[in-house]
Design a protein. Sequence first.
Length: 256
Amino acid sequence: MYIKRDGKRVRMPELSYLVRDMLNTEPPGGLILVTGTMAGGKSREIVAALHIAYQRLNGKGVQLFRPGKDSRMQVSRDRVEIRYPVEAVINAAELERKVQGDTKVVGIDEAHFLDAGIVELCRSFVTYGKVVVVGTLLFDFRGEDMPFMQGEDGRTVMDLLRIADQIVPQGVVNCNYVSPEGRTCNRLASQVQRYKVGNPANVLLASNASDRVHIVDDKQSEWLYAPVCTHHHFVPGSRDKHRNRTIPESASFRLS
């Protein structure tokens, strides 16, 4: 199916099909989990799908939220092809308060920056007939299940995955590792590498406190992030012997 965007005829995104179908079922509602590594276009597809839903619902009934923790929110709104209003929230309770009664589609980007309460909240929204589109990373820089930002109850985004009606892998990104000889890896990325210039993140720096895991990749942080393949994922101190190694001298990562 095709739609008009900026006067041009373009193919309707797959995610939009799912949102449309869940709105039209009886009873309506469902949870769609949009996953993938960093720089894979999750935010872009969520915004595009919600924009189409907004048009289908005659300009109402759609809200998009993003954690206030992520200082890139304003940039994210502008870096995608379609601008869409984003509301910042700090936790699941605030998000619940901000969702209006007549909202039919709820978008939640970067859900891993919220607390574990988002799991039950999504389930509740679906029970009341809302379509919920959630974007998240599945794994943290350690290669482990991504924990939620707040709380130490051990819950991770895998709790969202288990209750999702549809799971949409988004984006194909090449590994950003560059060997000491200057060769770029062409494998597909599935992991997130956290590093300082020339140094990988030591997993021992990440305690059980989730704020050590959730550091935003922006100019305010000393850490950088890059999408990498499993072969070029370096996590010194990791329990996984394949990751427990340091970056070779003179190797680097391309900036996404």
